[in-house]
Design a protein. Structure first.
Length: 543
């Protein structure tokens, strides 16, 4: 079945199979193949198969046309490997089912070499094999060597060494893949010196091996006129060759190719049986090694994330500063091992207290690193700033010196003094705090908005001085993990959920307000998984 390999401007690749006799392509949903990017018309063109089975591409009077090697075409009979330009998209036509083709890594090339029926033997990989006592001993030796290997490269080296000795192989090639419809993830050529010489494999034989899941023996290349004319066969003095699929259950996970060159002998059915048995052992061993490597990688990742979580927890307040006249309490819940939400309460030597809540775009390790950077910047700047607006301005300049693409930070900064009921507030695209009176209904504080940190050069931030916080009153800062918590129906908790939750707190102390908000979010989710980091920071005026 022919396929199209589609490369987008972002360099991402997709595959489209030409299963029907015709396929319309363009940017509208009515097309069989929908293409994005600049320069693609609504109904750009079509692929179709004629009565002889040959595939064509036809331009449907598109604005920018279809280019082949830089030349615009109206209708073109496709050949294997043709590369078409459709706007910003690149489409490569592959005539065979599999995409194991073209110039591969490790000095391996595929060529369209045919096979002769009288010199070719095929076997199903699970077909009973006849192996003599000498080969049984070799299989036992290979199995012992494979058992002592835990990495894929070591397995390939061990199998290649034994195959070269048992079959007098001129070259051994292993191709491994997680998806048989795509290029091999890894290619191994042994001996390694053959990478410089170059190895050419028969595309038709390799397709037969992979697509039909059958082991193939080319018994004698010299009796096949087609193979005698192949430059790779002549220059390599190849007598015969074996190609065996590597299997995982019923899925092909790669191939093993062995050929006999000058000084070797023509392979026979017993050699095919032996190679198939080796391929079965190698296929299983490779999959076990991959699983082992994946498990080790998972363990390393978990250890690294655990270490990163400890670092992130260390930059969060472990206890809240005692400031005369104010009570402070907060809560931080991450939805992953590490996250991008950050909060802090920083007292300075001149008697001021800075309260900061920030939220980095995205999740995971990248967001956590940027949150740590914001933490360092804030701690370095608070002693040099006199207002929250100045703090945000300087922090933005710091972030813009080495900007991280597509990343930004929302931040809410509040400065207060122990002797004054007046606070100053500045926002960088962050939700405003909620004000909770000693008795009565909570409400949202009105704060002048500002641009997110790291998004623009030198935006202006303004201070807001809200009404005085009277004795017994509180304000609650939070991140969108609170207001954007969702119930099973996809509804958001929002401010309409936060304010009633704060009002229902059993007491109006800072810890009670934080606990009430968290309980309200958890009750609203009704067991749904937390989808974002959650931060709450409450501050209450005690005199």
């Amino acid at each position: 079945m022919p396929t199209l390999r589609i490369k987008e401007p972002s360099r991402a690749e997709n595959v489209f199979r030409l299963e029907a006799d015709a396929a319309l392509f363009g940017r509208t949903e009515e097309c069989d193949l929908v293409l994005g990017g600049e320069g693609v018309s609504r109904r750009h063109g079509r692929f179709f198969r004629d009565q002889s089975g040959q595939w064509w591409v036809e331009d449907l009077q598109s604005k920018n046309g279809i280019l082949l090697e830089g030349h615009r075409i109206t209708r073109h009979r496709l050949a294997d490997g043709d590369v078409l330009s459709v706007g910003e998209m690149t489409l490569t036509f592959l005539a065979g089912t599999s995409i194991w083709r073209g110039e591969l890594d490790a000095g391996v090339t595929l060529a369209d070499l045919t096979r002769a029926a009288d010199t070719t033997i095929e076997r199903a990989p699970n077909q009973a094999a006849t192996v003599d006592a000498r080969r049984l001993g070799a299989l036992y030796k290979i199995s012992k060597r494979l058992l002592n290997q835990r990495d894929v490269g070591g397995l390939i080296d061990a199998a290649s060494s034994e195959l070269s000795e048992a079959l007098k192989a001129g070259v051994v090639v292993f191709g491994l893949t997680c998806d048989p419809e795509h290029h091999p993830d890894q290619l191994f050529v042994r001996p390694a010196t053959m990478q410089r010489v170059g190895v050419t494999l028969s595309l038709s034989i390799l397709r037969r091996t992979l697509d039909a899941k059958r082991s193939i023996l080319i018994a004698d290349t010299h009796s096949d006129a087609n193979l005698q004319m192949a430059q790779s066969i002549v220059s390599g003095n190849i007598h015969s060759a074996l190609c065996v699929p590597l299997m995982r259950d019923q899925a092909v996970t790669g191939f093993m190719y062995v050929d006999s060159r000058k000084g070797g002998w023509p392979y026979k059915e017993q050699d095919l049986d032996f190679a198939s048995a080796v391929g079965a052992m190698v296929g299983t061993a490779v999959e076990n090694a991959r699983l082992n490597q994946a498990e080790l990688a998972r363990q390393r990742m978990e250890a690294e994330l655990s270490g990163a979580r400890r670092v992130q927890e260390a930059i969060m307040p472990s206890h809240w500063p005692e400031v005369d006249g104010w009570e402070i309490h907060g809560r931080h819940q991450m939805c992953h091992e590490v996250g991008g939400d950050y909060y802090d309460a920083i007292p300075t030597e001149d008697g001021r207290l800075w309260l900061v809540v920030a939220d980095v775009s995205g999740k995971g390790a990248a967001a956590a690193l940027l949150a740590s950077s914001a933490h360092a910047g804030i701690h370095a700047l608070v002693d040099r700033c006199t207002t929250p607006a100045e703090l945000l301005t300087r922090l933005n300049r710091l972030m813009r010196r080495r900007p991280v693409s597509s990343s930004f930070v929302t931040c809410l900064a509040i400065m207060l003094e122990s002797t004054s009921p007046t606070i100053q507030v500045a926002s960088a695209g962050h939700p405003p705090p909620a004000v909770v009176p000693a008795t009565g209904t909570p409400a949202m504080m009105t704060v002048r908005p500002g641009f997110m940190l790291g998004a623009f050069d030198d935006p202006e931030y303004e201070n807001t001085i809200p009404p005085e916080i009277r004795t017994g009153e509180s304000f609650v800062m939070y991140t969108d993990g609170v207001t954007e918590a969702m119930d099973p129906n996809g509804n958001l908790f929002g401010e309409t959920g936060l304010l009633p939750a704060l009002e229902q707190a059993d007491q109006r102390t800072a810890p009670a307000l934080v606990n009430a908000a968290v309980s309200g979010v958890e009750a609203f989710r009704e067991g749904c998984r937390q989808s974002d980091d959650l931060v709450l920071l409450a501050c209450r005026r005690t005199r």
